[in-house]
Every structure is written in structure tokens, then in C-alpha cells.
Design a protein around this ligand. Structure first.
Ligand code: NAD
Length: 292
């Protein structure tokens, strides 16, 4: 509908971003196979696709599959803290893709970027946390009729979508990627398990061995994080509101406590359950500087 320009930090980083996308592609053979099919069958031919995803090298591989299938992709960042400016630059230089993402933007710009992606009047949406779909329903209802459906990437987004479906307000069908067993296995358990620990170590430069790590929530994400922290020698405490999952954590050898007790002795805290921050849900790591 509206011809959009990308809003990125630095177009000069495109070459660096392209190199990293190539590296990620080597570990994503399934998307490579899907891309071959889409190139032949052109399922998105002429379709505008609005997406709100982490702007990382892995998302870039997905973005290229959308355009290989004939779609035009309008990408906003689902978390300004995960946006990789070199990847945004590389994607913005790719045919058929506009990118609205800069690392570290404030809440106002975050939502402005979502609106810019929606300005393309999408026929399909891809979301990660439901902010794009929620904005579409609450602030851009005139676009709803043109949307055929979409896909939600994460557990929290599915929670929000289920609420909308129960209220009767969800205007189009959404596929829950999280319902895929392989997604829960690879991304939630193994992927988040690794990346949360990686993030804590990079941010704190601390040795986890011997530390008391408290993981709140023992779903696939919390389970993966707890396993990895234990593997590095941490003493892991799990807090859980679901009795069966709490029991599961106990049977896996973790100490299970109410947060009121864990908070007294923990040194690193990871929230691995849906929570609301006024704009986003997700996994958060909190480190107590006093104790570290
Ligand atoms: N790459 C990423 O950043 C990434 C990837 C996958 C999932 N996520 C997010 O991580 C979170 C967890 O995902 P999941 O698939 O493990 O979810 P899940 O819903 O399967 O598990 C969450 C667990 O937390 C428990 N819980 C809820 N409130 C709690 C509380 N106050 N205290 C203790 N436990 C509580 C629930 O009982 C449940 O067992 C979600 O917000 C999801 O959107 C992020």
C-alpha cells in the first residue's frame, strides 16, 4: 500500500551481516530445503508479509526463504536488545525486504517500527510475542480484512493469542510454531538453554561453577537453562507454580523452593515463564550484583 523505506542504523554494515547470514545458513539445512521448494512453487507470489522477529542471522535465513517464495517481507524487530545492526543492514540491501530495526531503540520507536511494517498492508503476518498481531487488532483494524493468517513463534505469543481467540477477537487463523515438538526441543530447550547461559556469562564475565542459580519456571526453556547451568557446575534451584512440573524438576535432581526462599540464597536469577513488562514477554536473566 505504502512504499516503505527501511529504518536501520548503518547501511555500511551490510557486508559484515551478509557473511554472518551465510554462516548461519550452513546450520539450517531444513530451511534450505524449504527454500528450494518455495523457489519452484512461489507460494507467496505477490503477497506482502509483515513480520516482527528477532533481527538476527537466523531470522535473515528465514527472511530469504519468504522472498524466495515470491513474498515481499516487511520486518520489524521483536526485541530492540536482540537486534543485530549488521544483519538489519544486510537484509535492507536484499531485494524484496524492508527492515525497521535498530539496536537499543526505545519503546516508542519499537512500536513505530511495528506500524511501519504494518503500513505494507500485509496478507500474512509472522510474529514473535504477539505485539504485531495485537497492534494490528487494536490500532490498525482497517487492515484486518486483508490478512489471511499468520504464524506465532513463541509460547507467550500463543498465550496472548489464545486469550484473543477465547474473547472472539482474533480475526484470522494463526499457526502456533510452538506446538511443534521439534521447536520445543531445539529452540526452547536447547537453544534458550544455551543462549541464556551465554548471555549471563558475557554480561557478567563470571564463573557459574559454585554459584546458586535460580530458574523460575520449569517449562522447556527453564528445563534447558537449568540443565546447562548444572552442567557448568552451578547449584540450581527451580521455582515452579505447576505442581507436576515442580515434581519433574525435583525428580531430575534440582532443588525446588518457593521464590520467597530462593530469593534469599540465589546469586543469578532467570525468569523462564511468560511475564508482562508493559510491552513484551519473554526470558529474562537477572543477576544479583551484590552477591556476584
Ligand atoms: N528465544 C527466546 O527468547 C525464547 C524462546 C522460547 C521461549 N521463550 C519464552 O520463554 C518463556 C518460557 O517458555 P516455555 O516454552 O518454557 O513456557 P511454558 O509455558 O511451557 O513454561 C513456563 C513454566 O513457568 C511456570 N510458571 C508460570 N508462572 C510462574 C511463576 N510466577 N513462578 C514460577 N513458575 C511459573 C509455568 O507453570 C510453566 O511450567 C515464554 O515466555 C516464552 O515466550 C523465549
Amino acid at each position: 500500500m505504502i512504499a516503505l523505506e527501511s529504518d536501520i542504523a548503518d547501511p555500511g554494515q551490510a557486508a559484515a551481516g551478509l557473511a554472518r547470514i551465510g554462516w548461519a545458513e550452513r546450520s539450517m539445512p531444513v530451511l534450505g530445503l524449504i527454500r528450494e521448494v518455495f523457489e519452484r512453487e512461489q507460494p507467496f507470489k505477490g503477497l506482502s508479509v509483515a513480520a516482527c522477529l528477532h533481527v538476527t542471522a537466523e531470522t535473515a535465513v528465514l527472511a530469504n526463504v519468504v522472498t524466495a517464495g515470491g513474498g515481499r517481507l516487511h520486518l520489524a524487530a521483536s526485541n530492540p536488545l536482540s537486534t543485530q545492526d549488521d544483519i538489519a543492514a544486510a537484509l535492507a540491501a536484499s531485494p524484496g525486504i524492508t527492515v525497521h530495526a535498530r539496536a537499543g531503540v526505545d519503546r516508542r520507536t519499537y512500536y513505530a517500527h511495528i506500524h511501519r511494517a504494518l503500513d505494507a498492508a500485509p496478507g500474512l503476518v509472522i510474529d514473535d510475542g504477539c505485539d504485531l498481531v495485537n497492534t494490528l487488532h487494536t490500532e490498525r483494524p482497517e487492515l484486518l480484512a486483508g490478512v489471511r493468517g499468520g504464524c506465532e513463534s513463541t509460547t507467550t505469543g500463543v498465550v496472548r493469542l489464545r486469550r484473543m481467540a477465547a474473547d472472539g477477537t482474533l480475526a484470522f487463523p494463526m499457526v502456533a510454531a510452538d506446538a511443534s515438538r521439534t521447536r520445543r526441543m531445539f529452540d526452547n530447550f536447547s537453544g534458550t538453554g544455551q543462549s541464556v547461559i551465554d548471555g549471563i556469562i558475557r554480561a557478567t564475565n563470571t564463573l557459574l561453577a559454585g554459584k546458586v542459580v535460580v530458574v523460575a519456571g520449569y517449562g522447556p526453556c527453564g528445563g534447558g537453562i537449568a540443565e546447562r547451568a548444572r552442567g557448568l557446575g552451578a547449584q540450581v534451584i527451580v521455582t515452579e507454580v505447576d505442581a507436576i512440573r515442580a515434581l519433574d524438576a525435583l525428580m531430575q535432581g534440582f532443588r525446588v523452593l518457593p521464590m520467597a526462599q530462593a530469593a534469599r540464597i540465589g546469586q543469578v536469577f532467570v525468569t523462564a515463564h511468560p511475564f508482562w513488562t508493559g510491552g513484551a514477554f519473554g526470558v529474562r536473566a537477572h543477576c544479583s550484583a551484590r552477591r556476584l
